[in-house]
Design a protein around this ligand. Structure first.
Ligand code: GLU
Length: 452
């Protein structure tokens, strides 16, 4: 039996109900077989066995009172996965699907992603099964305050620095930061993604989307191409999707889709800057649904999500590039085949683990330019790292300065993945490149720090 299979069997036996975590571990450990052959010290030191076990898991009750005066109870989590190269760092996700397995997969991915950023950040993730959709501002505030009334004792600017993820944006970060500040009586950079007036960084909202497009541009550069004139499929309509669309437009590409959990929009005339402005107002201010886009712009069609379909029709349009920016496992094997059939040869993942293992195998077999999430979407957490630096300095950089640093970081992540894939005998395979390069920095630090 291969070492990867042995590890996976053990993980499954220990935590049978965590399929997303199994999936994330399997992908990384498969890539690492190439490393373990050359470096027996990692096996001797049981680095893999240690790296898949969170350093600490915090699970807590989050009681709050809704607008009807009724008591609600949610579950809160923080997974402190690995602190070998810096304080735990990673987002909080508020979504009804949140459970321990999903947060462990996200925390595990975060360890490798953060290692790739070149910045000193360990990996963590947290959140709650709370659903912000349809809740009033006051309900969201009471929930966030209750969540932080427990989390505050576990985090700190040099210990664990949470940020946003699905369902957690500037509003939620604000309510949580306010509560943290009150309880600790100190103003520190304990959260990132803060508002500009209270310690946030310019370009943080843009960073994940911009970064994922910069990564695609770097991949295209290896073939002497650019994004100019390329049709792009984008899923999602939140912060990542919005700024992915904006950067595609800056670089001359043509974004034609957006989606939410109810359905998707296809606009063959392209989503231009004016239409993007409309989307931002619709999603960020009115908190509406994407179906409204088709009422406003007649060139667009809206297709409601159909759970009976075995594929997602969003991925079945003629295009050159795909930017999955919604959620995990949104592209299955059938979708990946549809992408290839429709001419897509660049996939840059703004979401975390949006492609199933079957889908990833298809990309790799077809040798398309495929940037896995832990490399392609690392721009978000990178600018979070820059926010931490600015907070420590009590100073703020200009947009140009931050964007410039973001571009340098994305280039260096691309180069590191590209060269590592080549060095380990799988040229062009950014999955192996990202997993191995991300692993080596953390693994070497863990060995230096001893068995702790
Ligand atoms: N949730 C984002 C991610 O998946 C950002 C994390 C952060 O900024 O700490 O990387």
């Amino acid at each position: 039996m291969s070492f990867a299979q042995e590890i996976l069997d053990r993980v499954k036996a220990k935590d049978p109900a965590q399929p997303e975590f199994h999936q994330a571990v399997m992908e990384v450990v498969n890539s690492l077989e190439l490393v373990l052959e050359r470096h027996p010290e990692y096996r001797a030191q049981k680095v893999i066995e240690r790296i898949i076990e969170p350093e600490r898991v915090i699970l807590f009750r989050v009681p709050w009172v809704d607008d009807q005066g009724e008591v609600q109870v949610n579950r809160g989590f923080r997974i402190e996965m690995n602190s070998a190269i810096g304080p735990y760092k990673g987002g909080l996700r508020f979504h009804p699907s949140v459970n321990l397995g999903i947060l462990k997969f996200l925390a595990f991915e975060q360890v490798f992603k953060n290692s790739l950023t070149t910045l000193p950040m360990g990996g963590g993730k947290g959140g709650s099964d709370f659903d912000p959709k349809g809740k009033s501002d006051n309900e969201v505030m009471r929930f966030c305050q209750s969540f932080m009334a427990e989390l505050f004792r576990h985090i700190g600017p040099n210990t664990d620095v949470p940020a946003g993820d699905i369902g957690v944006g500037a509003r939620e970060i604000g309510y949580m930061f306010g509560m943290y500040k009150k309880l600790r009586n100190e103003f520190t950079g304990v959260l990132t993604g803060k508002g500009l007036n209270w310690g946030g960084s310019l370009i943080r909202p843009q960073a994940t989307g911009y970064g994922s497009v910069y990564f695609a541009a770097e991949m295209l550069k290896t073939r002497g191409e650019t994004l100019e004139g390329k049709t792009c499929l984008v899923s999602g309509s939140g912060n990542v999707a919005q700024y992915t669309i904006e950067k595609i437009l800056h670089l001359g590409g043509i974004p034609v889709t957006i989606s939410d959990s109810n359905g998707y929009i296809y606009d063959p005339e392209g989503i231009n800057h004016d239409k993007l402005k409309y989307i931002m107002e619709l999603k960020n201010i009115r908190r509406g649904r994407v179906s409204e886009y088709a009422d406003k712009f007649k060139s667009a069609t809206y297709t409601p999500a159909d759970p009976k379909l075995s594929y997602n029709p969003l991925w079945n349009h003629k295009a050159h590039c795909a930017f999955p920016s919604a959620t995990q496992n949104e592209i299955n094997g059938k979708d990946a085949n549809n992408l290839i059939k429709n001419g897509v040869y660049v996939v840059s993942e703004g979401a975390n683990m949006p492609t199933t293992p079957e889908g990833v195998d298809i990309y790799l077999d077809e040798k398309i330019l495929y940037g896995p999430g832990k490399a392609a979407n690392a721009g978000g957490v990178s600018v979070s790292g820059l926010e931490m630096s600015q907070n420590s300095m009590r100073y703020g950089w200009t947009s140009e300065e931050v964007d410039n640093r973001l571009q340098i970081i994305m280039k260096s992540i691309h180069q590191n993945c590209y060269e590592t894939a080549e060095k380990f005998g799988t040229p062009g395979n950014y999955v192996n490149g990202a997993n191995i390069a991300g692993f080596l920095k953390v693994a070497n630090a863990m060995i230096d720090l001893g068995v702790v």
